[in-house]
Design a protein around this ligand. Structure first.
Ligand SMILES: Nc1ncnc2c1ncn2[C@@H]1O[C@H](COP(=O)(O)OP(=O)(O)OP(=O)(O)O)[C@@H](O)[C@H]1O
Length: 236
């Protein structure tokens, strides 16, 4: 981690209130957070505490109710939707609990897809996809379709896809939540290793305290606020 580098993700005094039939439901009540290049930050908290709400605001998928999100120092809240979409595609990678891979594409072409959308030629996109899949231990699974992969392999493909565009920011919402403990560990180690090598700033929501222990900093969402947890960081 480069603690002097400016934050890639900067969240300032963020609030989020949902309109529900029963009235306003406030889940984030003034959240502040900076994530710097090369840093892996964990986000923990019970179900319903607002982890996904924070990731959705940070990933420009939703607007917060108030407060500010900055990506590489740029305030993104007031930008037109087209500019927000461009930032999302070019600078942010997402990993979800479920892989969301396209079933008719093989592993390599799933990873190449964001590069194709960004305008890269097929050959270059596939070469980058292969490089990532090899780094994630999937050299002999390049042409397997998602249905021909194990759950852990699919998540590793999803990690490769998220990093394909060399994003500045990686957001992961329980990336191992659907896997058994041993597979979780393997997928997380692969993600951790690649995130560190690429220098991406990563914010990872997890229920898995064992994995959280390997992150650089860990914050718990409690009553709508972030509380930093004492570092027990164990490096891989
Ligand atoms: N679109 C919405 N409309 C109304 N309420 C919502 C909406 N989205 C989320 N919520 C509520 O906001 C709260 C926080 O949800 P969120 O998904 O951010 O929590 P979480 O910490 O990610 O939970 P989990 O660990 O179960 O994924 C929950 O109580 C949820 O029901």
């Amino acid at each position: 981690m480069n603690s002097l580098a400016p934050a890639v993700l900067s969240v300032h005094d963020l609030t989020r209130t949902y309109d529900t039939a029963a009235g306003g439901l406030t889940v984030l009540r003034g959240v502040n957070l900076d994530v710097r290049p090369g840093e892996i930050v964990g986000l923990i908290g019970p179900s319903g505490s607002g982890k996904s709400s924070l990731l959705h605001a940070a990933g420009l998928l939703e607007h917060p109710t108030s407060g500010e999100v900055r990506i590489d120092g740029e305030a993104v809240g007031g930008l037109p939707e087209r500019a927000r979409t461009h930032i999302r595609l070019a600078r942010i990678g997402f990993v979800y609990q479920f892989h969301h891979l396209l079933p008719e594409f093989d592993a390599r072409d799933n990873v190449a897809l964001p590069l194709r959308i960004a305008g890269h030629a097929l050959g270059a996109a596939r070469a980058r996809a292969e490089e990532l899949l090899v780094a994630l231990g999937l050299a002999d699974r390049l042409t397997h379709q998602p249905s021909q992969l194990s759950g852990g392999e699919r998540q590793r493909v999803a990690v490769a896809r998220a990093l394909a565009n060399r994003p500045r920011l990686l957001l992961a919402d329980e990336p191992t939540g659907n896997l058994d403990p041993a597979t979780s560990q393997t997928v997380f180690e692969a993600l951790h290793d690649l995130a560190k090598k690429s220098g991406v700033a990563a914010l990872i929501a997890t229920h898995n305290m064992e994995l959280a222990g390997h992150m650089d900093r860990v914050f718990a969402l409690k009553d709508g606020h972030l509380e930093e947890r004492p570092a027990e960081s164990q490096a891989y």
